[in-house]
Design a protein around this ligand. Structure first.
Ligand code: 0L1
Ligand code: MG
Length: 258
């Protein structure tokens, strides 16, 4: 029987080789969400053992559409490392990926440690910056097909992220109803409103604090949090330039080297 460590290694190799694998639940149908988060931790620990540093977290399955698709009513979390960050305005190599996708998101930066269960307002008050962000996804599972424990174990399909220039942290009101778009080669292909991110991006941040608290963790000063997507992920096939624009928060952009 495969152990959590075996599963973490399988996903790590799939990512490093750019070769898809079968969902973990096809080997272990009873895999629980709790076990999946432990596999996620082991998967990220492999990156850390190669020199990467944990720089923050992201929330996934934040929009109603995605929750319905997965049959869940709350979002999931994943861990971001410095090795996943790609520079805004730079070039991203997609050739080694399996089936890359992009999502338009909003990111926050923590000005101080944030512990325990907090309200959205309290979570936002702990931030000193907000920006437009691109969440780069690449599921390690064949045909992007997985169950909830599978995708949690796979660190919520994290492949990379791009942050636009930081702006002073907006207020709760200023973050409501912001128009968000993702464009490929200058054409808008995914759009939504910031309230589609779990009702409000700061609600998503507060939900992350609660999830971290369950495992005795907290958000450290300087952490970056991708609050989640407002609209569907888009396959990054045959495109040269990817841009996410968020009303009042500017844009994040990269060119593709395929
Ligand atoms: O960031 C996300 O919402 C990703 C969650 C995992 C599901 C997917 O890969 O689409
Ligand atoms: Mg996302």
């Amino acid at each position: 029987m495969a152990t959590r460590t075996d599963f973490a290694r399988l996903l790590d190799e799939a990512q490093r080789q750019g070769k898809p694998v079968e969902p973990l639940t096809s080997f272990e149908p009873g895999l629980s969400v709790a076990d999946a988060y432990k596999i996620q931790d082991e998967l990220v620990a492999l990156r850390v053992s190669r020199g990467e540093k944990i720089v923050g977290y992201k929330m996934g399955l934040t929009s109603k559409a995605k929750m319905q698709q997965m049959g869940v009513s709350s979002p999931i979390m994943a861990i971001l490392t410095d090795g996943m960050e790609r520079p805004c305005g730079g070039t991203v190599e997609l050739a080694g990926s399996i089936h890359p996708k992009g999502e338009p998101e909003i990111a926050f930066r923590l000005a101080r440690d944030l512990r325990g269960k907090v309200s959205a307002q309290e979570a936002l008050s702990a931030c000193d910056g907000g920006c437009a962000a691109i969440d780069l996804l690449d599921s390690r599972y064949r045909d992007f097909k997985f169950t909830l424990p599978d995708v949690i174990a796979d660190n919520a399909s994290c492949f990379g992220f791009v942050l636009g220039p930081w702006h002073p942290a907006p207020s709760m009101d200023a973050l409501s109803g912001l128009a968000m778009t993702l464009s490929l080669n200058g054409k808008v292909v995914s759009s939504g409103s910031s309230e589609a991110i779990y009702g409000h991006p700061a609600e998503s941040l507060a939900a992350l604090c609660a999830l971290l608290d369950e495992s005795g963790r907290f958000l450290k000063r300087g952490s970056v949090v991708l609050a989640g997507a407002a609209s569907p992920a888009v396959a990054l096939k045959a495109c040269n330039r990817v841009e996410v624009a968020v009303e009042s928060l500017g844009a994040a952009v990269f060119d593709v080297r395929s």
